[in-house]
Design a protein around this ligand. Structure first.
Ligand code: QUE
Length: 390
């Protein structure tokens, strides 16, 4: 439908043609078709209604279900309506690799370079969706099967129930791309045990499978082979908070998640003592003094991250500890707008996602050059009409 419409439009405006212009027109048609095909947004989210239950499936498996504005603009109004009409909403992803690998930060930075406002629209609407999930009046279950990073975390962690599988790979990796752990990271990260949240936020460390449950990020665990049955049972249950929880508990209990130890347990005392330091510089100093192989590896990881992101993230989590989710998202919107006006976010996305793994040239390039004034400026209010309203 979309393709034939595009084709028709070009045909009517470019014919009749002379030969050289005809060649050019054919090229234009081909380009247009390619663009339409690559940006087609018709099926990026599958919305299904099953009696009094709603199921949302993120459907961009080739992009690891990364969340873009087109998807947000389908999910938000659907969830708003369903809150009044349904008893239960389930969020899942297509394919075996990912629930959702993040926000479509590549589109955001490419638009930012061209000077459009996609970034502001994207972050505003994404965080508004995160706040809806965090305040949802009916049970909300996310199947975080596969890669669940950044934007995917925002679609799951604030909901009532998060079901991890043996394939779940959780991370808040934004310091690697010159951003900060947004989508409510200021809220949920400082509320994890000890200094685990700050460790995950600064290093982008990936939690796998049962670890996601043990860290307190997932509420339940289910072997991926049983997810179809779990979905079926949820769609058949009465849809009350208690009934949903009972189904999830039953599936979680029969899975094998609780046998192994949390993989970070051997390092939690180092994490707590080093990451409780008052500054990022001192965290690095404490890791150096601690001197174990694990600590030296952690220093290496931190040395690759944007120095600005590290300092902003540290302050962001300190601020978030005493704020509600909604106030955290408002603060993060200020940070996101400032990130879109800065350097490192563009450089990080270009180096890691576009040039595929090049080492970013951070500016400033060292922690000592990132002044407190510069960090504070990232938290500064926006002009009053621009603030995120929730
Ligand atoms: C750090 C990040 C992100 C990342 C990789 C990092 C991130 C993000 C994506 C991503 C992944 C797949 C996609 C896409 C984006 O990767 O935030 O559009 O298809 O969204 O090392 O923070």
């Amino acid at each position: 439908m979309e393709l034939s419409l595009a084709f028709g439009k070009i045909c009517t405006c470019t014919f009749p043609l002379r030969l050289s212009r005809k060649h050019n027109a054919i090229r234009k048609i081909a380009l247009c078709l390619r663009r339409q095909m690559s940006s087609t947004s018709e099926n990026d989210v599958i919305i299904e209604s099953v009696n009094d239950k709603g199921v949302i499936t993120l459907n961009r498996p080739k992009a690891l279900n990364a969340l873009n504005l087109s998807m947000i603009r389908k999910i938000f109004p659907t969830m708003k309506n369903w809150e009044k009409e349904k008893s239960l909403v389930i969020m899942k992803g297509t394919g075996e690799k990912a629930f959702c690998a993040g926000g479509d930060v590549r589109a955001v930075t490419e638009a930012g370079i061209k000077g459009t406002n996609l970034g502001r629209d994207f972050f505003r609407e994404e965080y508004t969706l995160n706040s809806l999930i965090g305040t949802y009046h009916i049970p909300y279950v996310a199947f975080i099967d596969g890669i669940t990073m950044g934007g995917g975390v925002g679609l799951s962690v604030h909901g009532h129930f998060r079901v991890a599988t043996e394939r779940t790979l959780f991370a808040m990796p934004e310091t690697a791309i010159g951003l900060f752990p947004d989508v409510g990271g200021s809220y949920f990260l400082p509320r994890l045990g000890g200094k685990l949240g700050l460790y995950l936020a600064l290093t982008g460390y990936r939690l796998k499978g049962p670890d996601v449950l043990k860290a307190g990020i997932a509420t339940h665990f289910c072997d991926s082979s049983k997810l179809v049955d779990l979905l079926d049972s949820l769609l058949k249950c009465p849809g009350t908070q208690n009934a949903v929880e009972e189904v999830l508990n039953k599936f979680s209990k029969s899975s094998t998640s609780k046998t192994s130890e949390f993989s970070l347990t051997p390092y939690m005392s180092i994490i707590d003592s080093c990451f409780s330091a008052p500054t990022v510089e001192e965290i690095l100093e404490r890791l150096r003094a601690e001197g174990s192989e694990w600590s030296l590896k952690t220093i290496e990881t931190l040395n690759n991250m944007s120095p600005t992101s590290l300092k902003v993230t540290k302050k962001q989590l300190e601020e978030g500890e005493g704020k509600s989710l909604l106030d955290c998202l408002k603060m993060e919107y200020r940070l996101a707008v400032h990130a879109c006006e800065g350097h490192d976010f563009y450089e990080g996305v270009k180096a890691l996602l576009i040039d595929k793994g090049r080492k970013p040239n951070w500016k400033p390039s060292t922690l000592s050059e990132v002044t407190d004034e510069f960090v504070y400026a990232q938290f500064a209010p926006l002009s009053s009409g621009e603030e995120l309203k929730l």
